[in-house]
Write a protein that binds this ligand. Sequence first.
Ligand code: ATP
Ligand code: MG
Length: 415
Amino acid sequence: MPVVKMKKDEMLKIFGPASVHVVKGEVEVLGKRFTESNRFVVHKTKSYIIRALMDSELDFTLAPNAQIQGVEENDPYLEWFSKAEEIIDKKYKTIAIVGGVDSGKSSFSILLSNLALEKGLNPSIIDADVGQADIGPPCFISMAYPSEQVIWMRFLKPAKMKFIGDIKPQNNTSNIIYKVKEFVQIALRDNREPVIIDTDGWINDIPSLLYKAKLLLELRPDVLIVLGKELYPYFKRFAKLGINIINLSVPENRKTRNREERRMLRSDKYREFLYDAPLRKVGLDDVLIANMPVFLGEEINVNELGVEPRDKVLYASRTFDTLYLVLSETVRLQGFEQLKTRFNVPKTRILVSGFENRTYVSIVDQNNDEYPGLIDKIDFVNRTIYYRCKYNIKPWIIKFSKIKLTEDFQEQLIE
Ligand SMILES: Nc1ncnc2c1ncn2[C@@H]1O[C@H](COP(=O)(O)OP(=O)(O)OP(=O)(O)O)[C@@H](O)[C@H]1O
Ligand SMILES: [Mg+2]
């Protein structure tokens, strides 16, 4: 494979999948330095600029579809770099980044973090993107306290995770804002400054604009990085809040990810957090299942239902307008028609045991820390929940998502 010579200050663009070996000299990628004998990998969904800090020689191993190119005149990398250095030098405490999908938000966040680490600071990164979560798993927002420079946010380990329960921000904006704010407070308390807030790429309609505006009102970051010239008019007015607004261009030539690649990236994350997770159990009556109507209703003794065969009914509960029955299998129940009148509810809802299997959940402990988990099954007879979780914590609350995961961690949406 080709050995490439680079003169000092020369730049190259590399599109993965590839691996790079520095044979001689020193280069930097997003502010992380690589010297003689260092190696790094470029994932198939990534492209990077490599800049030579001295005359260097690089040995590239290129997989199919990988490419090495020159850097376009108008690539904003050097402008990004000098702005990022300026921001770090000015010791701002909180920095938020907004931009469209694939605009470079996470790359800029990592650049800031790497430069902060180089200056001996202790940055924190908040990953507020539930759909393309890089630090934590999907449906969570997370915070990392990086101790080392990385070139991909996925290499960071979460210090804190909070469950949002959805891969879309649309119906969860208030919750996301509330939790990001909580993270910022924790980071500042832990002296992890600057706090770098990476947001999701949903910014192409009025609801998304209202969401980002609310986020800025609540957070009041010292600096807002706006990626994309077209977005500047929408954000420049937030300077009124005392926010320093910095507008940067999006690199034209970069790797973007399609739906399928995004699904695959999520799948990798589910696997990272759940593969080989030990099977654990907790009593159905020892945890609060906080967001499933069947478990929020008033429980009814199945012997008092007056239906046959009675042993097919594993669990029953009633809310204001609905009677819930969990059956061991799909059966015709005698006496079912009379239930609505007997229990004075207009609706019934039947769940067949197994409905809960492989549901992706959050397990919350007494410290209110949240961790990803997977329901294995609920044994209604022994009133025990079996679940998988890598973290050995005592469950206090379990929150269900609307996502089930297949054996190979593909997402399935529950209606
Ligand atoms: N100057 C550049 N030249 C080439 N590629 C770049 C450059 N800057 C960033 N990239 C690449 O562009 C792609 C998008 O960047 P990034 O993932 O940081 O964007 P994002 O806004 O966080 O995306 P998402 O909306 O998915 O969160 C990545 O593959 C990244 O490696
Ligand atoms: Mg991102």
